[in-house]
Design a protein around this ligand. Structure first.
Ligand code: PEP
Length: 236
């Protein structure tokens, strides 16, 4: 399974080093794929073979005049080959359009990056019913190469991110079964995964892992999720 931590705009560079060091002692005992996305200024060379470090964002360029952005050159300095694209905070707070996300996707695909591509519906679409949800989410797949070998998809309902709300396990199973018809890429669930629901979520059919925000800030919680995945991998 894939257990991923999105640290968002949290932890300094030195706190991130401490975090990775502590997490590494759990990750090296595990057979799961562990991904961590630190804040941009905390990207660095970390001493770990068991954790893949990814970037939460980047601009589709080698380098150039893109004030405030990070290009391939800056990622290469730290050997980063994994990127998060389409996170709801970038779609909805930073206003990234589907067209721009496709541009980013194609650029980093061409560079061979592992891409964690996020999709998910806001509250009002969920309330409009399953058909509306599937139509909305299908649009987020438009222009994306769903057969890309280095693709991971994360289904993250917008209303569940950082709110403590989650869909029922039946709803997760239902939407994941639908999304698996669109792509055979590993499919993560994200949105208020906590240590007390992670094992149940990881047990759901077609859930290949989790993308965790706030709860991942606690190394011991995130490590516990890795351990749940190890336990479940033996029976799943
Ligand atoms: C996320 O931001 O990807 C996320 C899942 O956040 P949280 O776990 O805090 O809901």
């Amino acid at each position: 399974m894939i257990i991923a931590a999105n640290l968002k705009t949290n932890l300094t560079r030195s706190a991130t080093h401490k975090y990775i060091e502590e997490l590494n002692s759990f990750a090296e005992e595990s057979s799961q794929e562990v991904l961590v996305f630190p804040a941009m200024t905390s990207l660095d060379s970390f001493e770990t073979k068991s954790i893949t470090i990814g970037t939460q964002n980047a601009y589709p360029t080698q380098n150039g005049a893109f004030t405030g952005e990070t290009g391939l050159e800056q990622l290469e300095e730290f050997g980063i080959k994994t990127i998060l694209i389409g996170h709801s905070e970038r779609r909805h707070i930073l206003g990234e359009s589907q067209e721009f996300l496709v541009e980013k996707f194609n650029y980093f695909k061409e560079k061979g990056f592992k891409i964690v591509f996020c999709v998910g519906e806001p509250q009002e679409i969920r309330e409009a019913g399953k058909e509306a949800m599937l139509t909305y989410i299908s649009k987020q797949y438009e222009g994306i190469d769903t057969e890309y070998a280095n693709l991971i998809i994360a289904y993250e309902p917008v209303w569940a991110i950082g709110t403590g709300l989650t869909p029922t396990l039946e709803d997760i199973a239902d939407i994941h079964a639908e999304l698996k018809k669109k792509s055979s890429a590993p499919l993560l669930y994200g949105g208020s995964v906590k240590v007390n629901n992670a094992k149940d979520v990881l047990s759901v059919n077609n859930v290949d892992g989790v993308l965790v925000g706030s709860a991942a800030l606690y190394v011991e919680h995130f490590s516990q999720m890795i351990q749940y995945a190890d336990e479940l991998s033996q029976i799943k």
